[in-house]
Design a protein around this ligand. Structure first.
Ligand code: M6R
Length: 591
């Protein structure tokens, strides 16, 4: 949540360069934005409400500077206003600061600072930190930041500059901050995610929790905030390239990423078999295993519990990241937490890791972003290999996560080869399925239902969590009220919601659940519901049929794809921006 991008170099660059980098991070927060640049003896500061992506400017609007920072905001404390947008500064721009995260104890600190004469103009928690740093600032900015952070409770990634100081300080605890390095030019690019600076460098340093970086004209040094000792950091080359992080010929990232599923499944299962077998062994011998994720990743985890039950005959618990800490008493040494995440930075999942680690559990992270916090916190990591996912609605990462859990469940049963074969076939079927005719067939349905108020999705077995995931997908980009249910649960209450013409999607698999889910669809149809069947074969109960390949136990992977397309098309028809749905952000780094 919130995008940070900054430049520090020996040559002056236009502020517009940072604005362009920020645009690449806008999926992290897009309600307001701001930039600050050292400019002669002061700072040039510009803030605005709205999407930075739609901001048109002339290069001449901005100064050039050797030290520039920018922020795109996802509001937590304080409404969406120019004053609440970052950067925040103290009187006369003595201290200028941007922040991603939440300062939990900001009210107490504020009260104290007010008694010392500090005047606050915004409603944010961030402004409090700027004033606290000013309170301690006596010419050594790093020392003032370090002292201030000792008093802070909560999560943060911050960048700080001070007047007449020419140093840029970066620090993190719980929110990501990555430093792109161009050694040749002695340039640094600091961002909350790699795509912001991919066009400048692929050499990166990951700042860890409780670490601070100080950048000045002589280079960069790192310190541990707790021990006060200098630390050495490794420069890592990232594998993503700039093109992967661009929309290319597509109108939106969401459809680009949906169509990329022609290839991403293959890449997801391109794992080292020996590592998969080793992890499967850990799963088998673990005493208490939990699958943990949030939002879509949570639904994938729930699907995983069905894969393990069905294929490996192994019981695995599931909990959302935010709920997991309430179950930590069931974790002990020998337990295993499998976290699933696209970003590897979701705060609730990170808290679950913290809780599990404190009890001695081991962590397996299944993530897309290599070297993300989760990847680095884990004992074992499996990468999704899906390339950057920038649309807020997760699509290609979802199916890649499902594929890895599916593979692991086969490996737990000694059947890694069989699992891989099914997934290779599934990947080929998806490649055939994703063609313009398929999209057109779904678009006819989208046109038909674009004005409905509510819709429902039902599934059974491993397709029940996919019904929940389908609902999230439809909600977040189309804004249509959508709810997913276990097919058998409908008659216990929700069926009262069905009236004439209510669209209801049935996710059907060609397995033991088939006849029951068809019966559930028939019950809905008898009450006037309009049945959309997503199934390998047509059925007389369907009013509209969307064909999916018959891939046996891997059916959740293919059944969710037409819903992703439908959600995208509904968003476009309803004139929503599918890449940046209202109130949401791609990476949820606050609790
Ligand atoms: O990065 P993560 O996979 O940990 O993110 C978890 C959720 O925030 C995410 O899946 C969210 O629900 C998506 N917007 C859904 O499309």
């Amino acid at each position: 949540m919130c995008g940070i991008f900054a430049y520090y170099g020996q040559e002056k660059k236009s502020v517009s360069m940072v604005i362009e980098g920020l645009k690449k991070l806008e999926y992290r927060g897009y309600d307001s934005w701001g930039v600050a640049a050292a400019n002669q003896d002061d700072f040039f500061i510009k803030k605005a409400v709205g999407k930075i992506g739609s901001y048109k400017y002339k290069e001449s609007d901005f100064p050039e500077s050797k030290m520039i920072m920018g922020h795109s905001r996802w509001a937590t404390h304080g409404g969406v206003t120019e004053i609440n947008a970052h950067p925040h500064s103290t009187e006369n721009n003595e201290i200028v600061l941007i922040h991603n995260g939440i300062i939990d104890n900001y009210l107490d600190i504020k009260k104290n600072l007010v008694t010392k004469g500090h005047i606050f103009i915004s409603e944010t928690d961030t402004e409090v930190l700027a004033h606290l740093i000013q309170e301690y600032y006596e010419g050594d900015l790093a020392a003032a930041v370090q002292k201030s952070l000792k008093e802070i409770k909560g999560r943060y990634a911050i960048l700080v500059m001070a007047k007449d100081n020419n140093k840029l300080i970066a620090a993190r605890r719980g929110s990501p901050l990555i430093i792109g390095v161009n050694k040749k030019n002695n340039e640094y690019f600091i961002a909350s995610d790699v795509p912001a600076f991919l066009q400048h460098t692929k050499s990166v340093i990951y700042l860890d929790d409780n670490q601070m970086a100080q950048i000045d004209k002589s280079g960069i040094i790192f310190k541990d905030l707790e021990t006060d000792k200098q630390v050495e950091k490794r420069v890592i080359e990232v594998s993503w390239n700039n093109e992967e992080a661009e929309k290319g010929k597509h109108k939106h990232f969401m459809i680009k990423e949906i169509l990329e599923q022609k290839n991403t499944l293959k890449k997801a299962i391109d794992q080292d078999d020996q590592q998969i077998i080793k992890i499967a062994d850990e799963i088998k011998k673990a005493f208490g295993t939990y699958l943990v994720g949030c939002g879509t990743a949570g639904k994938v985890c729930l699907t995983g519990t069905y894969f393990f039950a069905e294929i490996a005959k192994k019981h695995i618990n599931f909990e959302f990241g935010s709920e997991f800490p309430y179950f930590k008493d069931f974790i002990r040494e020998g337990s295993l937490l499998i976290v699933v995440s696209q970003s590897g930075e979701t705060a609730d999942t990170l808290e679950a890791i913290e809780a599990a680690k404190s009890k001695g559990a081991k962590i397996l992270a299944i993530v897309n972003v290599e070297s993300s916090t989760m990847a680095r916190e884990a004992d074992h990591t499996l990468l999704l290999n899906a390339g950057p996912e920038k649309a807020v609605a997760s699509t290609k990462a979802t199916t890649a996560q499902l594929a890895i859990l599916y593979l692991l469940s086969h490996a737990c049963n000694g059947g890694i080869t069989e699992g891989k074969q099914i997934l290779v076939r599934t990947a080929a079927e998806i490649n055939d399925m994703l063609n313009p005719r398929y999209e057109e067939h779904i678009s006819k349905l989208a046109e038909k239902i674009k004005s409905v108020e509510s819709m429902y999705i039902i599934g059974r077995g491993s397709n029940y969590p996919m019904a929940l995931e389908a609902a999230i997908k439809l909600q977040e980009v189309s804004y249509i009220h959508a709810e997913g249910f276990a097919g058998g649960e409908l008659k216990h209450g929700p069926i009262a919601l069905i009236t004439k013409g209510t669209p209801c999607i049935a996710l059907v698999a060609n397995d033991e659940t088939k006849s029951d889910i068809i019966s559930n669809a028939t019950e809905i149809k008898s009450r006037g519901g309009y049945i959309i069947g997503i199934a390998p074969e047509n059925n007389e109960v369907f009013d509209y049929w969307i064909k999916v390949p018959d891939v046996g136990t891997a059916s959740p992977i293919v059944n969710i794809i037409p819903i992703q397309i439908l959600a995208y098309q509904l968003a476009v028809l309803r004139q929503n921006n599918p890449d940046m749905p209202r109130n949401l952000a791609k990476s949820v780094t606050v609790k």
